[in-house]
Design a binder for this molecule. Sequence first.
Ligand code: CAA
Length: 287
Amino acid sequence: MVIERAGVVGSGLMGSGIAEVLARAGLDVVVRDISEQAVDAGRARIEKSLARGVERGKLSEDERDAAVARLHYTVDMKDFADRQLIIEAASENEDIKKAIFAELDAIVTAEDAILASNTSSMPIIRFAQSTSRADRVLGIHFFNPATVQPLVELVVSELTDPQVVDTVESFVTDVLGKVAIRATDRPGFVVNALLIPFLFSAIRMIEAGHATKEDVDTGMVNGCAHPMGPIALADRVGLDTCLFVGQSIYEETGDPAAKPPVLLSRMVDAGMLGVKSGRGFYDYSAK
Ligand code: CAA
């Protein structure tokens, strides 16, 4: 199966990054969000990132123009009808995602089309069971920023056809140039099962007054060669996303390390979501 026509559901932080990666790899991409305003924000995010890619010498102006021409924006799910691969990157809400998978199942015509979710931690099998083709559903989990982070986790549910996983693995490595790892359909898969307890430990450390956020971040950057400290990383991932992922791991495993710190919940209640809202642990309003 040669995948040439892709779709991305959701043009937020991850959806726009994934759409950009696909378009830059030469695919024709339909990007859909629920309102013109959301679609326009996604388009602006992608075009800004493509411009940054040109500035950094990652792609030429011609390649940027070709990628822009391969991206089609819509608010209509029906525009996914002829797609061969669709990656859902809507908000981390199980009911919303299940409804999207049921709708895609009714709309997408090719029997061999592959339906994927970029969820950070929700069970893939629940989305698969919302379709009549559970064997063709899997998790394709990108990392933020999707244009920069090489990793893609392939999440294999109890019902995913092994041939679908092989097809997607070849596609993400050979066509997208990413590094793939496989994970079973368990909370947090591989990376978030390790990352979220780490981020939460750092938040608990500042909540307890054990160290300042600056010192926690300086410690991990300079002591362990992390590209950014855990508090800055939580802000970049999105504090709401960190909270959802922690809740979903904690609900299923009861692992206290994944229990969201109270400080995190209060900040999300306050609309302090990190970089994307202009304020999280740090202030981004000037940027
Ligand atoms: N297109 C292509 N390349 C780009 C780009 C773009 N739009 N923007 C930046 N780059 C490239 C740069 O050219 C640079 O490449 P080189 O190293 O080859 O020069 C590289 O990306 C780094 O860019 P910058 O110099 O602008 O930025 P930086 O060095 O300050 O790094 C960062 C920023 C990439 C975010 C880095 O701090 C980092 O990797 N942080 C960790 C991020 C991380 O851990 N992400 C995972 C989060 S977990 C997640 O996403 C999963 C989940 O489910 C919650």
